[in-house]
Design a protein around this ligand. Structure first.
Ligand code: CTP
Length: 403
């Protein structure tokens, strides 16, 4: 569930391209996220994916024709378009883009788009030469100028067997784009935030490193929710298996030292820093230039502390959020960190059960307030609750600043 999607009406237009099969996954994600999804298709699209597939996933009628849809629960293109919070056309063929650019409306998708005042996202998908053709490029330019969000296409294997530009963006990216567009005027619009995520790796030699079990899920969810609420978001991440979220400035780092440098640069104009990364506390004092051979009977690694990023960041006006991964005496250790590192909000979790898991049970600690224990929740929901708390702190600051 993503709060920005809850009960939002999303119209998904599908035009005739092989990438239509990926749109099935997009629709599934939107529904899981809490949106109400209506699918409209061109006749050609139904040759690639049947309307019944979309009907079964959305549990709502799918519109394919431009006439005769005013019966019972079914909504015509005008009603559908007018009620939408956002419309996304995926895949958008070269033909569909040309029609959209010129206001033509002779199929269910372009007709609905013309009758839709909500923001429009298009995900072009076509063969490379069709995409690079000046006619298509001009049409895309015209749509962009009109405020349409164009996602992709990307380079990769195409249906023709060629490799080139024209591959539709993946469902995950399109899902992020819908959320970002829906949230762009959200409560954090105008706010700049920096989120760190994942583990760091501290090199021992060219092939080995010290690290930890952090998956990055919590930090990525925090960056996505910040973006969903309209914040200009930078995500600084150690190595994880997760894709960079759409609409977020992504900075990939490896070691604690690299993360420290990236944070310092990113916070120069930020309002909030959320240090969710599981930064290694120690690193080998010396990194061997060559691979250490196993001939040595025993190996002693001497470690030195890494810089404490959160403690050393001291920009006036920057709201600092920290995470405390503890395995014992959670509250007591949490309080110590809150004071020592000058943190505004500390999120305490039991490291043994949270790292790598899908859910988390956390306690929020703020100075001068009772600790607030949250129930065990999916990490996406924990991220929403953390941003609720951050927004409250930002509002409090605003009130104090205004006297
Ligand atoms: N942190 C940091 N730089 C480090 C280590 C930690 O900025 N070198 C940040 C983490 O991102 C987190 C907070 O400090 O927000 C607390 O991290 P945690 O590992 O729980 O605590 P430590 O300060 O490292 O203390 P300890 O390991 O003794 O519990």
């Amino acid at each position: 569930m993503a709060r920005v999607l809850a009960n939002k009406r999303v119209v998904v237009g599908v035009t005739g391209g092989i990438a239509a099969y990926k749109t099935v996954e997009l629709v599934r994600r939107l529904i899981q996220g809490g949106a109400i999804v209506d699918v409209v298709m061109t006749e050609a699209a139904t040759a690639f994916v049947g309307s019944l597939t979309f009907q079964a996933i959305t549990r709502r009628p799918v519109q394919v024709t431009t006439v005769g849809v005013w019966e019972g629960e079914q909504a015509g293109h005008v009603t559908l378009g007018a009620a939408a919070d956002v419309m996304i056309i995926a895949p958008a063929t070269a033909d569909a883009l040309a029609k959209l650019a010129h206001g033509l409306a002779d199929d269910a998708v372009t007709l609905t788009a013309l009758a839709c005042p909500a923001p429009l996202i298009v995900a072009p998908a076509m063969d490379q030469y069709m995409y690079l053709h000046p006619a298509t490029q001009e049409n895309l330019e015209r749509l962009r100028r009109r405020g349409v969000t164009v996602i992709g296409p990307h380079r990769g294997p195409l249906a023709s067997g060629m490799v080139g530009e024209g591959r539709m963006a993946e469902p995950e990216e399109l899902f992020g784009a819908v959320r970002a567009v829906l949230g762009r005027a959200g409560p954090l619009a105008g706010c700049r935030v920096v989120v760190t995520a994942g583990p760091t790796r501290e090199a021992i030699d060219p092939v080995r490193f010290l690290s930890n079990h952090s998956s990055g899920k919590m930090g990525y969810a925090l960056a996505e929710v910040a973006r969903d609420r309209g914040a200009g978001t930078t995500l600084i991440s150690g190595p994880t298996c997760l894709p960079a979220p759409f609409g977020v400035r992504f900075v990939a780092v490896e070691s604690a030292a690299e993360m420290a440098a990236a944070v310092e640069e990113a916070i120069s104009d930020a309002d909030v820093l959320v240090m969710c990364a599981a930064v290694a506390d120690f690193r080998p004092r010396q990194v061997s230039a060559e691979k250490i051979k196993k001939r040595t009977a025993s190996l002693l690694l001497e470690l030195e502390p890494t810089p404490d990023i959160l403690a050393s960041v001291a920009r006036p006006g920057l709201l600092k959020v920290g995470f405390a991964a503890e395995t014992e005496r959670l509250l007591e250790h949490g309080h110590e960190k809150l004071v020592q590192k000058g943190i505004d909000l500390l999120v305490i979790n039991d490291a043994r059960r949270t790292m790598g898991a899908e859910t988390a049970r956390v306690t929020l600690l703020r100075r001068g307030r009772e600790p607030e224990g949250l129930p065990d929740l999916p990490k996406e929901e924990v991220a929403e609750r953390i941003w609720d708390a951050i927004q409250e702190l930002l509002a409090e600051r605003e009130r104090v600043a205004q006297g």
